[in-house]
Design a protein around this ligand. Structure first.
Ligand code: UDP
Ligand code: MG
Length: 313
C-alpha cells in the first residue's frame, strides 16, 4: 500500500464528507493504493455515523472510535499503530490542511530519502493574536531547544516513513513534538515543506488558551526527559550537591564568625536561614535523584536502543 492517511477528529461531522471526497479525488488522480484512517476521538456529534456511511461507499476508508475524548496525541498514536501504508500522512479533519499537498509531501519524502517531512503553514489563516504570534514564539523556543530546524512543529500535515511511526509513542499532548520524538528514536532526516493553510470552514477550534501553557510545560518535560530520563541522578545529584555545599559554606562562615569573632546574634542574620534552607533543599534534591534512579531502573524500555537487526535475530 502506498499511503495511509491518518486523520484524528473530534466533532467534525460537517467536514468529513467533503474532506473524504477531496482525498479520494487526489488518490485517484495519482493512482495510489491507500487507506484513510479516521480516528474518532470521542465525538459527541454524528461524526461516527458519517464515517460508517463513508466506509459503506468506499472500503479504503477505515474508522477507529474512542469511547471518550483521549486527545489528539492518543488518536495519532492509534492511527500510527494501525497504519499499513509505506508512507503515512497525518492531517487535521477540519479542512485547514489541503489534500492537494499529499503527492508533493510523499514525493519529497521518497525522493530525498527523508524520515519525515513536516508541513509549514507559512501563511496562516488563524487569529493573529491568539494563535499566530504565540505560535511563532513557541516554535522559536522549540527550535532552539531541540536543534531541529523546523518553523512549524505543530503543523497537522506531515508525512512519515512507516518505520518511524512504528518506533515512536505519542502520548499526553506530545503531538506538538512528534519531530522531537522522532529525533530521539534516531530518525534524524527531518525535512520541511511549505503547505497551503486554509481557514476553518465548519465547526470550531478544539484547543483554547491552554494550548500555550500546556505546550510550554510539555516542552520542558520533553527536554528534561530527553536529557536525564535515564540518568536522573546526574541532574538531581549535581544540583543537590551544589546547593548542599553552598549551605555548608554559609554555616562554616557563620561558625567562624560566632566562635572566632564572638558575634552572638547569628539567628538574626538572613544568611542563617539561607544556610538552613540550602542544606534541606540540597538533601531533598539528592533524595529525588535516588528515587528517580530506582524508578528508571524498573522502566521496561531502560535498555531498548531500537536497533535494526541485520542478522535476523
Ligand atoms: N482533535 C482531536 N482530539 C482533540 C482535539 C482535536 O482529534 O481532543 C482534532 C480536531 O478534530 C482536528 C485536529 O485535531 O481534526 C486539530 O484540531 P483543531 O483544528 O481544533 O486545532 P487548530 O487548527 O485550532 O490548532
Ligand atoms: Mg484546525
Amino acid at each position: 500500500m502506498d499511503l495511509s492517511i491518518v486523520i484524528p477528529l473530534l466533532n467534525e461531522e460537517e467536514s468529513l464528507p467533503e474532506l473524504s471526497a477531496w482525498i479520494e479525488k487526489v488518490m485517484q488522480a495519482n493512482h495510489y493504493t491507500y487507506e484513510i484512517l479516521y480516528i474518532d476521538d470521542g465525538s459527541t456529534d454524528r461524526s461516527w455515523k458519517v464515517i460508517e456511511q463513508l466506509r459503506a461507499d468506499n472500503p479504503n476508508i477505515k474508522g477507529i472510535k474512542f469511547r471518550r475524548n483521549y486527545g489528539k496525541s492518543a488518536a495519532l498514536n492509534e492511527g500510527f499503530r494501525a497504519a499499513q501504508g509505506d508512507v503515512v500522512i497525518t492531517m487535521d479533519a477540519d479542512m485547514q490542511d489541503s489534500p492537494d499537498e499529499i503527492p508533493g509531501l510523499r514525493k519529497m519524502l521518497l525522493e530525498e530519502d527523508y524520515d519525515m517531512v513536516s508541513g509549514w503553514k507559512k501563511k496562516r489563516y488563524d487569529n493573529t493574536f491568539t494563535k499566530n504570534i504565540p505560535s511563532k514564539l513557541f516554535n522559536l523556543v522549540a527550535r532552539k531547544m531541540s536543534k531541529i530546524k523546523l518553523h512549524d512543529f505543530n503543523c497537522g500535515l506531515k508525512a512519515y516513513n512507516n518505520k518511524l511511526v512504528k518506533s515512536i509513542e505519542v502520548y499526553g499532548e506530545m503531538h506538538r513534538y512528534v519531530p522531537v520524538l522522532a529525533k530521539w528514536a534516531g530518525f534524524r532526516k527531518i525535512g520541511e515543506k511549505v503547505v497551503e493553510h486554509r481557514p476553518r470552514k465548519y465547526g470550531v477550534t478544539k484547543f483554547g488558551w491552554s494550548r500555550f501553557v500546556n505546550g510550554f510545560l510539555d516542552l520542558m518535560t520533553i527536554f528534561f526527559v530527553g536529557k536525564f530520563g535515564k540518568r536522573p541522578m546526574h541532574f538531581f545529584g549535581l544540583w543537590g550537591s551544589i546547593v548542599f555545599f553552598g549551605g555548608l559554606c554559609i554555616w562554616a562562615y557563620l561558625g567562624v564568625a560566632k566562635f572566632a569573632f564572638q558575634k552572638y546574634n547569628m539567628t538574626e542574620r538572613p544568611l542563617f536561614y539561607v544556610g538552613i534552607i540550602s542544606l534541606v533543599i540540597g538533601t531533598q534534591l539528592f533524595l529525588a535523584g535516588f528515587i528517580g534512579e530506582l524508578i528508571s531502573r524498573n522502566a521496561v524500555e531502560r535498555n531498548s536502543y531500537l536497533i535494526e537487526s541485520k542478522t535476523g535475530l
